[in-house]
Design a protein around this ligand. Structure first.
Ligand SMILES: Cc1ncc(COP(=O)(O)O)c(C=O)c1O
Length: 480
């Protein structure tokens, strides 16, 4: 009866809900701590007293206290009873890690102490002095018209500098008139989604694993997103023309474009093998479709010659999309598209119809940064830095968890750590518990793809130097 309706503890103002007494009491205590109603250091009534107040068995209260001590909400000291744990600020409830997971610290931080999520470069290494120099020079030299409305494709100075750089560093066939500057890859993809839909395209195929944000931009444009299956060699692009057992049949065959991270699959990390690179371009030629190449971290290749852009195979069928978000900083919102001739005008017009984006002075500064060689120097320095981090990550995992396979490490700013089947969620809970922000591969799996992999996607670029070693230790602690 008492457990069916609200029930109040005399001094603690605990509101118990739900049929399970112990769980209800634990939830109520967590809530009271989280909201600050029970402050750090507050002494709780003895289990006998609280049990009497709430009309519960004493053991039920004692068990709840013990679990909350193990979770870090409370501390129990001989002689001074049970008190609310000391901590900096209220924390959110996180389910405790499984019993078999490593030893817990008595308190855990509210915000993650370490960020090993993939996606952000080392922001502390933004080349402020060099950028400022380029900006000063660009502003000094800028013609007055640069401060007015301009070409929706972006500043010609930047498009010219990019055409040069992309040909040299990524093997992209680029002419300035085919380049459109946009505010991030997401902006480019949004524009492409609109243009393709306007052309009557119904479906854009996507890889089995990728960012939900990107898929959402395509569906938001009214496009279907059939999913290409995946095997040990990567994305099965051949299914675009001949879907097998696991493909999405009709929708794949009728896809008007395919979105691919060919040089470094995100997040699994492989490079599309040469025969499949050729096959996807052949499909585009034969079907009149387009490959949307997301070359998000093409500059960061460590172990062998850079894998050139797919676009070099057929600039009329591949839309190349690059970004400064990994190589410099996402806060710049600077990215670029290199377009086939048949699309360049439409994309520029679509962009011009609604916005002009990326500030012209920023574009001029970036052009100067490229022209002066500062970009090459920065990328080279960051490549060394990230490579060192990657090596340290691999060494730490090998030392602490020799059975954990690390893959996707030839390029980019993240690695994939394979986990035993069925353990990903528990490891993620344990990571959250230890104040470690990290993602599982299944967070990137398209909803229709059967779960076959368990693993962590570990971004190693973000932590500042001062926190890198402890971030690694924290990671090792949660590995099986
Ligand atoms: C797969 C992938 N593509 C592209 C981007 C870059 O996006 P944007 O240029 O919009 O910052 C990212 C950034 O995290 C990414 O992970």
């Amino acid at each position: 009866m008492a457990n069916e309706c609200a029930n109040f503890g005399a001094d603690l103002h605990l509101e118990l809900r739900g049929p399970r007494l112990r769980a209800g009491l634990m939830d109520a205590l967590r809530e009271a701590v989280r909201t600050g109603r029970l402050e750090a250091g507050t002494r709780l009534p003895s289990s006998r007293t609280l049990a009497a107040d709430l009309g519960m068995a004493r053991n039920t209260v004692a068990d709840a206290y013990a679990e909350l001590v193990a979770e870090g909400w409370l501390t129990a000291r001989q002689g001074s009873g049970t008190v609310v744990a000391r901590r900096a600020e209220p924390r959110t409830a996180v389910r405790p890690p499984p019993v078999s997971s490593p030893v817990l610290s008595p308190t855990r931080p509210a915000a993650p102490a370490h960020n090993l999520r993939a996606g952000t470069p080392d922001l502390a290494s933004f080349p402020r002095a060099e950028w400022l120099k380029a900006y000063r020079r660009a502003l000094t030299d800028a013609p007055n018209e640069a401060f007015g409305y301009g070409d929706s494709r972006g500043r010609i100075e930047l498009r010219t500098a990019l055409a040069d750089y992309l040909a040299r560093a990524r093997g992209v066939h680029a002419r300035p008139e085919r380049i459109v500057i946009c505010a991030g890859f997401v902006h480019g993809l949004l524009l492409m989604g609109q243009v393709l839909r306007n052309r009557g395209v119904r479906n854009v195929a996507v890889e089995s694993y990728g960012l939900g944000l990107h898929a959402g931009l395509l569906t938001g444009a009214g496009l279907g997103i059939p999913v290409l299956p995946f095997d040990e060699r990567g994305t099965r692009v051949e299914e675009l023309s001949d879907p097998g057992e696991y493909g999405e049949g009709e929708a794949l065959v009728s896809a008007g474009a395919v979105l691919m991270t060919a040089a470094h699959q995100f997040p699994l990390g492989g490079a599309l093998p040469p025969d499949r690179r050729a096959a996807v371009v052949d499909w585009a030629r034969a079907s009149g479709g387009f490959v949307l190449e997301d070359d998000y971290d093409g500059e960061f290749r460590y172990d062998r010659q850079p894998v050139g852009a797919l676009q070099g195979l057929d600039p009329e069928r591949v839309v190349y999309l690059g970004t400064a978000s990994k190589s410099l900083a996402p806060g710049l919102r600077l990215a670029w598209m290199v377009l086939p001739e048949s699309l360049a005008g439409e994309v520029a017009a679509t962009k011009g119809a609604v916005d002009w984006t990326s500030s012209a002075p920023d574009q001029l500064a970036f052009a100067e940064f490229l022209r002066s060689g500062a970009y090459d120097r920065h990328v080279r320095a960051m490549r060394l830095r990230y490579r060192r981090r990657r090596d340290q990550l691999v060494a730490a995992v090998a030392a602490h968890s020799p059975d954990t396979r690390v893959s996707g490490i030839a390029a980019g700013l993240h690695a994939v750590l394979a986990l035993p089947p069925g353990t990903e969620q528990a490891v993620l809970r344990s990571a959250a518990w230890h104040g470690l922000a990290v993602q599982g591969v299944n967070q990137f799996r398209r909803p229709t793809v059967p779960p076959t992999l368990d693993g962590l996607v570990v971004g190693y670029a973000t932590p500042p130097d001062s926190a890198w070693n402890s971030a690694l230790q924290s990671l090792c602690r949660v590995l099986p």
